[in-house]
Unconditional design. Sequence first.
Length: 286
Amino acid sequence: MKTLKYLLPCLLGFVFVQCTEKINIKLDNTSPRLVVDGAITTDTTAHKIKLATSTDYFYNQPAPAVTGALVTINDGSSTTILTEKPVGSGSYETPTTFFGIPGKTYSLHIELKEALNGQKIYDATETMPKQLKIDSIQMEFKQDIFKKGAWETKLYAQDPLDENFYCFRGYRNDVLVTDTLDRVTITDDKLFNGRYTNGISVLYWNQNMDWEVIHTGDRIKLQLGSLTKNYFNFIQELQLEVGEKNPLFSGPSANVRTNITNGGIGYFAAYSTCYASTKVKPITTK
């Protein structure tokens, strides 16, 4: 497993959904490296792989896109060629009919028009975990959490016996709210391995935050992603790096893993998804 020596501001500009926040971590000047972000899931949709070059910490412009590359995904039996859309954006898409199959191993292959640090070829491989089925979700209001309270998303599902890793994203009225990696919830299954989850809390909607406010009648949808252990660790390490730190007392920035070869950074993920939704009911007083 490769590791990064430096966490770069452009990393969180990707990872399946856009992120626009800055990362306040002191970094040394380094030679440009390829930043890769992308994920394929069991959803039938256009899946994106985004390519950019790393920048120095004080570079105050968007990370330069890597354009004109040949990007393919192979599943062991067929190869899909991705198309850069729009041209010049550095964002490469599969056809809209593309979907991943749990258990298959997917190989990302990238050929650049111009080398970065002497490298034109980059690869990554990930095996998609099996899919979990959600029975249902419930929303419950907690007045004693945060100043204005919080809505809690509770999960009902049967966890398999083997070791599993999950990521949770929340939609309000079909709009993704947990749209950056620092807002998603990740967990392993140590506390409920092989058992029924029976309403464990997987998301908290902080009513102090405008973008998380929920009203009666809103439809809430939960996405559960079944992750590989390596991708789980990648998100965990990234969240630790971008969390609030005291510049006087925090330790040096840690390494964040990557599965990109030849000095690339970022991550190519393959994970299965399932969904459940519910309508928010009026708050009842006990």
